[in-house]
Ligand binder design. Structure first.
Ligand code: GTP
Ligand code: SPV
Ligand code: MN
Length: 586
């Protein structure tokens, strides 16, 4: 008798009609064989084997370079369960529409069966997924991003407890591209894209959209968050989880080389993109990183901004849509001041400096997490690490100060629910448009965002000492339009202030939006930043915030009566604090 997995593989093969089926074991021999095949068929360019051993460059189709949010659907039975911020299709209708695209799509191609574990192999919080795909590039990425192959099959056995995900690159035409989630069945269908979050189904599709639905049912959290440990001079490590929208600094914060290292402050990486968090028996919130690798933004990464990444990506790394130098090394904007001559751009053409960039703005590296010098010795702890703070953040040229602390959990949930950020190249569409992106989950929450807010409020009630909640903005600009804050390794100064707040030893000023550091409470030794710039960074402009408050009101209206009353209360209270203070300051 066949196992549930074998039955699903047979059923998928009957639909997609591959010429052969390969069960992936995750071994080195397997990836060597696949990489050689991909070099032969042009999917991979081999990079310099001396300076970048086992590294490859993949150039994706130019219309397939980022997540496509407009083509991403949650297919629940009831439309109201996905809410106003998700695209919805009825399950049967979605299947009828997309099944023909899968019909025979793997004819004369190989079907890879990719079993994987999201989370450490031994953790009770980990979950199994199986991706069926016709893309060898996807297999190679899943091998770095998850615990893939034999280890997953061994854990699964004959059980039916896995999330199936059927993927085909199809014809890569966006007109025939659909990323479908069936949360009630815990099933994923993705066709027409070979890129990142659209195609590596363990990542955003399972670990966020499907998992967030499960997490709500089972009282845990699946969040678009990095997890880091901040070590203090005594050696004590405090864990923090931070949600910033796509391409807004999670990887860089999680992997930073601390500017306060000589004072004994270091940052250790647990994860850079996704956190699964459970309430432990002792009432603490424990986080695991469901992933095993980093799919990080390349542009802007260099030896100063992120030396840990630069060290990590010199071997066994896949580069996607970066440029290539004469000596077959990867290159992207921001790696060094000037582009080297004779570059090959991300299209594979000779690069002529001008308007276009040599690397795509959303070009990425895929590397195992264990290759980073910053990886924590606890990153695979089965029980996870205890979270003491949540940090929300966005990319805002104006309005949001460098950092502020919420008054309490409920206010913190309001801060997360109302955060906004300028859009980036991580998703197709306009870049630089400010939009509300609650908890950085706008593209990833698998159910009605109003219910998600309620879930956050409920989690706070269940936790013994709910984490403190902060908001940061590394991207505020001055009158000259330059960033006011140096960012990257200097961000540890803000983390240190948070730690000092957690331990009740840092001062703060109470403002209508929350507690903002006093100028003296931030450790700024060795940093050349003028008092004017600092004041500007920490400034809470009442007029700006009144506008912000109005935008929040409009955003909340979308959710109608499903919006938790507590958030309405918080909105009202902010309005009152703002009108009180505008009177006071005039
Ligand atoms: P996803 O993988 O898309 O979820 O993104 P992410 O949140 O991990 O973003 P990442 O850390 O990769 O940063 C995205 C871009 O922002 C890169 O170009 C970085 O160089 C840049 N960046 C990150 N941190 C900072 C910072 O502190 N200051 C400034 N100015 N730029 C930053
Ligand atoms: C993001 O867009 O938030 C990413 C990259 O982390 S992707 O895997 O494409 O979702
Ligand atoms: Mn992400």
């Amino acid at each position: 008798m066949s196992t549930p997995l074998e039955s699903w593989v047979e059923e998928s093969a009957r639909l997609t009609k591959p010429s052969r089926i390969v069960w992936c074991d995750g071994s080195q021999a397997e990836i060597d064989r696949l990489a050689a095949e991909m070099v032969r068929d042009g999917t991979f360019d081999q990079l310099n084997p001396k300076s970048f051993p086992n590294c490859y460059l993949h150039r994706s189709s130019p219309n397939d370079v980022a997540r496509t949010e407009g083509l991403t659907f949650i297919c629940s039975r009831k439309k109201e369960d996905v809410g106003p911020t998700n695209n919805w299709m009825a399950p049967a209708e979605a299947k009828d529409k997309v099944r023909p695209l899968f019909d025979g799509c793997m004819a004369s191609r190989t079907m890879y069966v990719v079993p994987y574990i999201m989370g450490p192999a031994e953790s009770p919080y980990s979950k199994i997924g199986v991706e069926i795909t016709d893309s060898a590039y996807v297999v190679a990425n899943m091998r770095l991003m998850s615990r893939m192959g034999k280890v997953a099959l061994d854990r699964l056995g004959a059980s039916s407890d896995f999330v199936p995900g059927l993927h085909s690159v199809g014809d890569l035409n966006p007109e025939r591209r659909f990323i479908l989630h069936f949360p009630e069945e815990k099933l994923i269908w993705s066709v027409g894209s070979g890129y990142g979050g659209n195609a590596l189904l363990g990542k955003k599709c399972f670990a966020l959209r499907i998992a967030s639905w499960m997490a709500r049912e089972q009282m845990w959290m699946a969040e678009h968050m990095l997890v880091l440990g901040l070590e203090d001079p005594s050696g004590k490590v405090t864990y923090m989880a931070a949600a910033f929208p796509s391409a807004c600094g999670k990887t860089n914060l999680a992997m930073m080389v601390s500017a306060l290292e000589s004072e004994g402050y270091r940052v250790w990486t647990i994860g850079d993109d996704i956190a699964w968090m459970h309430i432990a028996k002792d009432g603490t919130l424990r986080a695991i990183n469901p992933e095993a690798g980093f799919f990080g933004v390349a542009p802007g990464t260099n030896a100063k901004t992120n030396p840990n990444v630069m060290n990590a990506i010199h071997h066994d790394t896949i580069f996607t849509n970066v440029a290539m130098t004469e000596s077959r090394e990867p290159w992207w904007e921001g790696m060094n001041a000037e582009a080297p001559g004779n570059l090959i751009d991300w299209h594979g053409n000779r690069y002529s400096p001008g308007k276009a960039t040599a690397a795509h703005p959303n070009s990425r590296y895929t590397v195992r997490a264990s290759q980073s010098p910053s990886i924590s010795s606890h990153w695979e702890d089965a029980a996870g690490v205890p979270i003491s703070a949540f940090i929300f953040g966005g990319r805002r040229a104006r309005v949001a100060p460098l950092v502020y602390e919420s008054f309490d959990w409920q206010h913190g949930v309001f801060v997360g629910a109302t955060m906004a950020s300028e859009t980036t190249a991580a998703a197709t569409g306009a870049v630089g448009v400010t939009r509300r992106d609650p908890m950085a989950m706008l593209p990833f929450c698998g159910y009605n965002m109003a219910d998600y807010f309620a879930h956050w409020l409920e989690m706070g009630r269940k936790l013994k000492n709910p984490p403190k909640i902060f908001h940061v903005n590394w991207f505020r600009r001055g009158p000259d339009n330059k960033f006011l804050w140096p960012g990257y390794g200097e961000n540890v100064r803000v983390l240190k202030w948070m730690l000092d707040r957690i331990e009740h030893r840092a001062d703060a000023t109470e403002t209508p939006i929350g507690f903002v550091p006093t100028a003296n409470s931030l450790t700024l030794d060795g940093l050349s930043i003028s008092r004017t710039m600092l004041d500007e960074l920490l400034h809470v402009d009442v007029n700006d915030w009144v506008e912000e408050d109005q935008a929040v009101g409009k955003f909340f209206e979308k959710f109608g009566s499903r919006l938790p009353a507590a958030l309405r209360e918080e909105h009202k209270a902010l309005g009152e604090r703002l009108s009180g203070s505008s009177v006071a300051t005039r």
